[in-house]
Design a protein around this ligand. Sequence first.
Ligand SMILES: C[S@@+](CC[C@H](N)C(=O)[O-])C[C@H]1O[C@@H](n2cnc3c(N)ncnc32)[C@H](O)[C@@H]1O
Length: 239
Amino acid sequence: MNPDIASALAEMDKINVSRLEHPGPLALEPASCRFLAAFIRATGARKVLEFGSGFSSLMIARELGEQEGSYLLSIDNSPQYSRLAKDSVESSESRAKTEFRVAPLRPKFYGMRLLLSYSLPKGLLEALGPFDLVLIDPPHHQYGRESVFYDAFPALAPGGYVILDDANREEAEKKYLSSWDAAYGDAINPVVLEGIGKGLAVIEKLEDVPRWPLPAGESVLATLETLRNAGRLLFGRKE
Ligand SMILES: C[S@@+](CC[C@H](N)C(=O)[O-])C[C@H]1O[C@@H](n2cnc3c(N)ncnc32)[C@H](O)[C@@H]1O
């Protein structure tokens, strides 16, 4: 097993996740929070990019602490939840450098596939990176969960990792994992930890490569799902 993953698995039970603070089912599960914090410790990650602000932001900021060069960029589509996450980090004892950005989810083409993705200034992630770790935990289903990997990949340092939450879901995250595999092949090394929370996928970036074309066969379904979800966002229904 990858030594960083093995070390985090061995140490995660020592991490405290307060039941009084944990906000409930939409937040990263307590076991996943423990693994995340232990993994940051094991890898020595300093620069973290997060999609889906919330309780996880607090866990990351606490773990980064005041380490030299540490930085969390947390992106969310909801001004309300971005503000809540920012407030919780600011009222904690963490002195980590953090930045919370609100970016709307908009449909964008990735090859022939229309996906919702966070509308960010072009080149922003690359300019603020390279990141050592990316956490993917936006709203569930096709609300940016597949696309952020494509957007974040160039801003992730070779040797860095992506962690995807909810990795056990057959009809969503498992499909995104196989799309990412098709797009990057041997340049990534995914490991799925099914027993942690709702499943965590830990994907190591081995080298920088351009994305290969996504399989066209999946595009129609993904595009229809994106259109449905774009409509839901427009009319205020998120999950
Ligand atoms: C799957 S949640 C996870 C958010 C975050 N990673 C966490 O651990 O709390 C996805 C979305 O729910 C929203 N959200 C964040 N905190 C929330 C809360 N306490 N209750 C409801 N929704 C929340 C945010 O807009 C976020 O993008």
